[in-house]
Ligand binder design. Structure first.
Ligand code: DGT
Ligand code: CA
Ligand code: CA
Ligand code: ZN
Length: 583
């Protein structure tokens, strides 16, 4: 839908005007249009086609004209004109959580702070405190936001990067014949963010053409891919290019006899490689991206398995290659039996039109079933989450009735009656117990009062975990990768409480969340807490994010038995009712 694109454009206009200190009524009128567009149930394109744009409350003649301009030309002149008045580096400051256009205007106007770098410097020089309204607390928050943003800056979300990698690999395969092509680096290890993409390729040998020429052909094909806005370099066997978003992709063309060694080397991590190299040295061997050598003689390198084997190790799955104990486990023959996507029988968090999802339960269920699942849980929001159209107890009861009806008509597939109930600021649940007791599964999570102290926040979540009705704490830390630090919950305490009460913790599998992350999920698993995977689907397409959640579970060393989604529907329901029975 064009609605969201337009909302983003008007929001940016409001931001720029506010940075410039424009008349606040003008700013407010743009913000209002943003809200109208975001909440509009109909497609603006359809409305414009029917000549009904001006009928939408809040859309005046001027706005309607701009919307039509966008629908016809793909841009709005007034927007481009406004944006050209501020530097893109200045607008980047808006990505800092808690820093709005007013603050940016102040920073730029009074201190000449017009970029992330300049903000760093100004903070170090202690200049920010001189600005009106900048107390110590606020400065501390800016510093935190800056750290968080800098750590992830220029890095892409894993899901986005994987889609890009698939596109590039597919397109390249269409254009030239390849014996091997494999994205390596952090992407192959399924790290939650990816700094740049490292692709390795072996072109197929061609009669009468030498290796140098085939390599050049591959570099040339890569350099002309439509995914790139700019080619940074293109040599004999190597090329680097950048997408329109500034994301860098490297191609390395390697000979087939060193493909395995190159794949091993460029998959990393650096820490894992350092360990492998020292194992090689201890055996009097030399490991590099060209192969494993005994003197001048290559003893492995064509495939990765061979490299590990020659070092006396089983092949180690890329998700574990972080030097977090995988070398020791491999040496002692104690590699974990990791969960795979094939073990997953359901999705345990999803939304429907009963709250902020965009499809009916029937549509979502149809898709989940065609996805190969045995069951899935509908978990709409509860009423205090107004922006998500949360359900009142009555609507939840109605929903459960509807699900009973659907289940009665279908065999071999079950829709679970679930809810994602809000944990209110005092730790109580946003739905009466007697209504929750009718559900098959209850997820509880935080969507308000993010700023509570660690003590308050932790107590708030622990209280929810202690409720016999709560089965799963959803997105337990609330972090959004890149854009929002989690709330200050003591994860260690939460894990203890969940272990004691038989409550599961979620690995929210949405690409922007992946919450719990790999490190915390591993702590939870080791403490005996069950983990639950949910894509938080608001649309059937979102179910496709499940592999991301599985990758977090794998990076957390989880076997199928640690993951609720590998259970049959009966066993899962048993898990849920066991907690209630403890009451
Ligand atoms: P990224 O791109 O920041 O998300 O992370 P990676 O892991 O993809 O890192 P990148 O692209 O800098 O390099 C790809 C792999 O190449 C890395 O995981 C391991 C290997 N590598 C790069 N530099 C070194 C190095 O100095 N020593 C060793 N042993 N390996 C390296
Ligand atoms: Ca990389
Ligand atoms: Ca790289
Ligand atoms: Zn949610």
């Amino acid at each position: 839908m064009k609605n969201q694109e337009l909302a983003a454009i008007f929001a940016q206009m409001a931001d720029v005007l506010e940075i410039q200190g424009a008349n606040e009524f003008r700013v407010r009128s743009y913000r209002k249009i943003v809200r109208v567009l975001e909440d509009l149930p109909d497609d603006v394109e359809t409305l414009a086609g029917d000549g009904r744009l001006e009928d939408v409350p809040g859309v005046g003649e001027g706005t309607a004209k701009k919307i039509r301009e966008y629908l016809e030309t793909g841009k709005i002149e007034a927007h481009q004109e406004l944006v050209s008045q501020v530097r893109p580096e200045t607008l980047e400051l808006l990505n800092l959580s808690g820093v709005g256009p007013k603050t940016v205007g102040l920073l730029a106007g009074k201190l000449g702070v017009t970029s992330i770098e300049k903000l760093h410097a100004a903070l170090d020089r202690g200049e920010i405190g001189k600005l009106p309204g900048m107390g110590e607390k606020k400065i501390e928050n800016i510093r935190k936001a800056l750290d968080l943003y800098s750590a992830a800056r220029g890095r892409a979300l894993l899901g986005w990067a994987r889609d890009l990698a698939d596109d590039i690999v597919g397109e390249l395969r269409d254009r030239i014949e390849l014996t091997e092509i494999e994205p390596a680096g952090s992407l192959r290890r399924w790290r939650e963010t990816v700094g740049d993409l490292d692709i390795l390729a072996v072109p197929a040998p061609r009669k009468g053409v030498d290796g140098v020429e085939t390599a050049r052909g591959a570099v040339k094909a890569f350099s002309s891919l439509p995914q790139f806005a700019e080619v940074l370099s293109a040599g004999e066997t190597k090329a680097s290019a950048r997408t329109p978003d500034g994301f860098q992709v490297d191609l390395r063309v390697v000979p087939s006899e060193s493909f395995g060694a190159a794949l091993q080397y460029f998959t990393g991590s650096k820490a894992h490689n350092v360990r492998l190299r020292s194992i090689a040295q201890s055996k009097g061997l030399k490991l590099s991206e060209y192969g494993l050598f005994d003197g001048d003689r290559a003893i492995a390198g064509t495939d990765e398995e061979g490299v590990y084997e020659a070092l006396g190790l089983p092949w180690i799955t890329p998700e574990l290659r972080e030097d977090r104990g995988e070398i020791e486990a491999a040496l002692s023959g104690k590699m974990p039996d990791l969960v795979t996507i094939k073990d997953i029988r359901c999705d345990l968090q999803s939304h429907s039109t009963f709250s902020d999802g965009s499809c009916s339960i029937t549509e979502m269920a149809g898709f989940a079933r065609s996805h190969g699942y045995d069951y899935y849980a509908v978990t709409d929001h509860s009423q205090s989450l107004k922006i998500a159209n949360g359900m009142t107890p009555d609507r939840f009861l109605m929903q459960m009735q509807e699900i009973d009806g659907l289940n009665a008509k279908s065999e071999g597939f079950r829709i679970l009656k679930g809810i994602e109930v809000d944990i209110l600021p005092d730790g109580s649940l946003d739905m009466p117990d007697d209504v929750l007791a009718k559900a098959d599964v209850v997820l509880a999570s935080i969507h308000s009062n993010f700023k509570q102290s660690e003590e308050e926040m932790t107590e708030r979540i622990l209280k929810a975990a202690r409720s016999p009705l709560v089965n799963i704490i959803a997105h337990p830390t609330g972090r959004l990768i890149v854009s929002r630090e989690g709330y200050s919950v003591n994860v260690g305490r939460l894990i203890e409480e969940c272990a004691a009460t038989g409550t599961a913790l979620e690995i929210n599998s949405h690409q922007a969340r992946l919450d719990l992350n790999d490190v915390n999920a591993r702590r939870a698993m080791e403490a005996g807490v069950m983990l639950s995977l949910g894509t938080d689907a608001h649309h059937p397409d979102d179910f496709a994010m499940m592999p991301l959640g599985v990758s977090v579970a794998r990076r957390a060393w989880c076997a199928p038995r640690h993951i609720l989604n590998t259970f049959s529907c009966e066993s899962f329901l048993e898990f849920c009712s066991r907690k209630r029975a403890r009451r």
